[in-house]
Write a protein that binds this ligand. Structure first.
Ligand SMILES: [Ca+2]
Length: 477
């Protein structure tokens, strides 16, 4: 070796190319020698797999041969070249180093499996390469990944550890994510000095992750549709609306909230439209405080509404106890009880208004009078009457209850005849004898021969029975 190779960098011609000379045994130049010198890597030296490039043969002229364009493609230490000439002892270079110059970045692993707000299932891998596209094993500087301007969705943000130090020339990202779904994202890898690299374009999908109330339920009154019906959104991990979602969303009462035993009514399950579930007719049957509604899809994270109260609105009155056991002129054995109720027939405990009873026009005996305290203030939503009586007997009385705008009617009931007198005995005898015709009301009041039942005929038996009552032999009435 007359000149040792030097200035070797991977993929580049050595800046100092080797030169050999032919010597005799005494180490003197043999200027008359002609032939061809061939150079090769000495096996087992340098980087495994390295190849020697350039013109590997050089003519020997005046005992000297010069190589001009040798290069090694891989960086490494301890490279030794062997120069051989047929018939002569081979020569070897001193071990030398092939340096490596990092020049550019490249995506050796493309980002993929991206869904808004979730780490890519395939994270990008960036390699630092030299001019020969060999990984620059010595490179351990930082590599930063960012969204290429103008690609993907405007305003998107790349999250995760976006800057990593390369390890042996390779930067392996682990937790990158993008917050907005969209097609055509391109990531740029940049080190500040090396030629940047761009990923292939990829799409960020959108995965529905959770539900959220966009509009809270409100204006609730027992049995009536909420004045403000809830609206539930389907969102991805980044709280973006998921317009592609059209699955069902179901509303239920959160266990342990509101009134025990309450149940929602209306269309409690609706399909989302463009990621929005709009309820229209929900109601709750029981008044109470602290109701929380759960919106659930079965798969996405459920949402809870803010707590709200269900008020109670009186909507009607009703006879809870029907009048009964009535005898003309005597207090009903069973006095009526009227309740003020909400739309769900729950008693409106807060109601204290007056409730007034009257005989419904056209029922009972014309001119009959309802006596007693016919107006009672409700207590706890309940008006309890006492001491009411009707003076004239008849079947088919109906009482009307009124309170404000609310009206209710009782079931029809009979007011039986009061105590009989001698004139009743006389009347009965006249009807029994056919001296006068009995009206239906006469039949109702004087057909008494069987206890509590009528045989539909006024005859002598009825007259005798009434006579026994008048005489005190039977209860009267
Ligand atoms: Ca009879």
């Amino acid at each position: 070796m007359t000149t040792q190779p030097a200035g070797a960098a991977a993929g580049a011609d050595f800046t100092t190319q080797p030169r050999i000379s032919v010597r005799d045994a005494e180490d003197n130049l043999v200027p008359w020698f002609t032939g061809t010198a061939t150079v090769a890597i000495k096996p087992g030296t340098g980087r495994a797999g390295a190849t020697l490039g350039g013109t590997l043969s050089a003519p020997i002229s005046d005992g000297v041969a010069s190589f001009t364009d040798l290069s090694l493609n891989l960086a490494g230490d301890g490279n030794v070249l062997v120069v051989s000439v047929p018939g002569l002892t081979s020569g070897e270079t001193a071990p030398f180093t092939v340096a490596q110059t990092a020049t550019k970045l490249a995506y050796t692993g493309q980002p993929g499996g991206a869904s808004a707000g979730l780490p890519f299932t395939t994270q990008p891998v960036i390699s630092v390469l030299d001019a020969e596209n060999n990984v620059a094993l010595n490179y351990d500087g930082p590599v930063t990944v960012s969204i290429k301007e103008g690609t993907g969705r405007a305003g998107a943000v790349l999250s995760g550890t976006t800057t990593l130090d390369a390890v042996a020339g390779i930067a392996t990202f682990t937790d990158l994510s993008l917050d907005l779904a969209g097609p055509g994202y391109v990531l740029v890898a940049d080190s500040g000095t090396l030629t940047p690299a761009e990923s292939t374009a990829f799409t960020v999908a959108q995965t529905p992750a959770k539900l959220a109330y966009a509009l809270q339920p409100g204006g609730a009154s027992a049995g009536l549709p909420f004045a403000v019906q809830p609206i539930v959104l389907v969102r991805d991990a980044e709280n973006n609306l998921v317009p592609a979602y059209d699955g069902p969303v179901t509303i239920s009462i959160k266990d342990g909230t509101g009134r025990e035993g309450a149940a929602p009514s209306g269309t409690t399950t609706v399909n989302a439209v463009a990621g929005i579930a709009t309820f229209t007719d929900l109601s709750l049957d029981l008044a109470g405080a602290g109701y929380v509604l759960v919106a659930d899809s079965g798969t996405l994270a459920a949402a809870e509404s803010a707590p709200f109260a269900v008020a109670q609105t009186p909507t009607k009155i009703a006879f809870a106890v029907q009048p009964g056991g009535a005898t003309a002129g005597l207090a009903f054995a069973t006095q009526p009880v009227v309740q003020v109720r909400d739309a769900e027939d729950n008693v409106v405990a807060a109601y204290t208004g007056a409730v007034t009873l009257s005989i419904k026009a056209g029922t009972g005996t014309p001119g009959a009078v309802l006596s007693g305290p016919t107006t009672v203030n409700a207590v706890g939503g309940v008006a309890t009457f006492a001491g009411l009586s009707i003076d004239k007997p008849s079947p088919g009385y109906v009482l009307t209850a009124g309170s404000g705008a609310f009206l209710a009617e009782s079931a029809a009931f009979a007011v039986g005849p009061g105590a009989y007198g001698l004139d009743d005995v006389a009347k009965a005898l006249r009807w029994a004898g056919g001296f006068s015709a009995a009206t239906p009301l006469d039949l109702f009041t004087h057909d008494v021969e069987t206890s509590g039942a009528s045989n539909g005929v006024l005859d002598a038996l009825d007259a005798s029975r009434i006579a026994r009552k008048v005489a005190g032999l039977e209860p009267n009435p």
